[in-house]
Ligand binder design. Structure first.
Ligand code: COA
Length: 379
């Protein structure tokens, strides 16, 4: 019998030293390189936040201007990549399209020598710059719409909106998208970040690193939860139905999507930022029923699961905001990836500085010393 002890889900098991971000789950505090994420969502831009995460410091004015220029120069995707996206099944999930096209991109821009800092930086720029283009291209191509080229005169958030809808966002909508990208950009050692570090630890190329992280993000217990939360609000339908629905959910022990977190035992500070964004979006219009359903559900859940530390996480309100912007539900997780790529790349860069391949242990519970029975002697 092994004396190794398993911690399911690696809960409380540190797997790396990291200086990228910090969470205090009791104080609802999230910091990127020591700066409160809420402050960044309010004051910064996605581009500046990405630099901060990857480089460790806020950029100088010159560095930020150069970074903007370098990203804009890498937004376009190869026409062959557009063809690949056009030929993908339109019934497929856009996150799967993103994962496949990131892998394909790695074939156009080989960067196998990860000891080469210049090539790593090139891949970092290209990945951040082109994820929005890949997502928007598939979103349009699957509807038979023309794929739009990126625009150099728009920032990251506005350009994404433009490539998706063919029009510029209003300044208020641009800010909502930018802030949503910032608040989703990084979150310590979550499943997809750990995936990125595990793949990175094998010295795989950065496109493989990001593609594996995207795969990990896709599940409903991680990035997929924002879609699931919106489906849940729609299924509930009306404010009046919230409490009867919740009673049934409780009876069947169903998890409330967009609630609960391994680390936060209070309301996720990102949920508060996204809720503020929702309030801004709905300031001039009547609050949509699904938002009112979400608010009522939060109230209903609090006295029942609050003692277990189950409160809204970032995914609870983000779907409501994206829906209000006219963004199709299945693009919510791809947008999460557009944001989180900066965090993944920051962790990949950190991992490579002091790398050792991840190779954990297992507790073997199978049989030993079994005979091989020839097929003809088996029933
Ligand atoms: N709804 C109802 N109860 C929940 C819950 C939820 N969303 N999340 C956790 N709980 C309960 C669990 O049933 C468990 O109760 P128990 O101790 O009586 O068995 C307790 O809270 C601890 O939950 P657990 O599943 O062990 O937490 P975890 O750290 O393993 O999982 C999540 C964290 C995020 C996977 C989990 O909260 C979840 O599945 N949430 C819904 C999906 C989601 O929103 N994911 C996005 C995360 S940003």
């Amino acid at each position: 019998m092994s004396d190794l002890v398993i911690r399911p889900g690696l809960a409380d098991v540190p797997v790396a030293e990291s200086a990228v971000s910090f969470i205090d789950g009791q104080r609802a505090r999230l910091e990127y390189r020591g700066i409160a994420a809420e402050t960044l969502a309010r004051e910064s831009s996605f581009e500046e936040t990405s630099w901060l995460l990857i480089k460790g410091e806020l950029p100088t004015q010159r560095q930020l201007a150069d970074f903007h220029r370098e990203l804009r120069a890498r937004r376009k995707i190869k026409y062959k990549l557009k063809d690949i996206l056009r030929n993908m099944p339109e019934s497929g999930h856009p996150l799967d399209a993103l994962q496949s096209s990131v892998m394909a991109m790695g074939m156009f821009y080989p960067s196998r020598d990860i000891t080469n800092a210049e090539s790593n930086w090139e891949a970092t720029l290209r990945l951040i710059a082109s994820l929005p283009t890949l997502v928007a291209a598939y979103a349009r191509a699957r509807n038979g719409d023309e794929i739009l080229d990126p625009r150099d005169d728009l920032d990251h958030a506005a350009n994404f909106y433009y490539m998706l809808f063919g029009k510029e966002p209003t300044p208020a909508v641009r800010k909502v998208i930018d802030a949503a990208l910032i608040i989703h950009a990084e979150h310590t050692m979550n499943a997809s970040t750990f995936t990125a570090r595990v793949t990175g630890s094998t010295l795989a190329n950065p496109y493989s690193v990001i593609a594996s992280a995207i795969g990990s993000l896709s599940g409903p217990l991680h990035g997929g939860a924002n879609e699931e939360a919106l489906h849940m609000f729609k299924q509930i339908g009306t404010v009046a139905n919230v409490r009867p629905w919740f009673e049934k959910a409780q009876a069947s022990k169903a998890k409330i999507m967009g609630m609960g977190h391994r680390v936060y035992k209070v309301k996720d500070p990102r949920a508060t930022v996204v809720q503020d964004l929702a309030e801004n979006v709905f300031a001039e219009t009547e609050k949509p029923e699904i938002y009112r359903v979400a608010l009522e559900l939060e109230k209903a859940v609090d006295p029942v699961y609050g003692s277990k530390g189950v409160f809204p996480n970032v995914d609870f309100f983000s779907g409501v905001v994206y829906e209000a912007l006219g963004i199709p539900t299945d693009l919510f997780t791809p947008i999460f990836a557009i944001a989180r790529v900066s965090g993944w790349l920051a962790h990949w860069t950190e991992q490579l500085k002091n790398n050792r391949i991840y190779r954990p242990e297992q507790v073997y519970v199978g049989k030993n010393d079994q005979p091989y029975i020839p097929l003809e002697q088996r029933p």
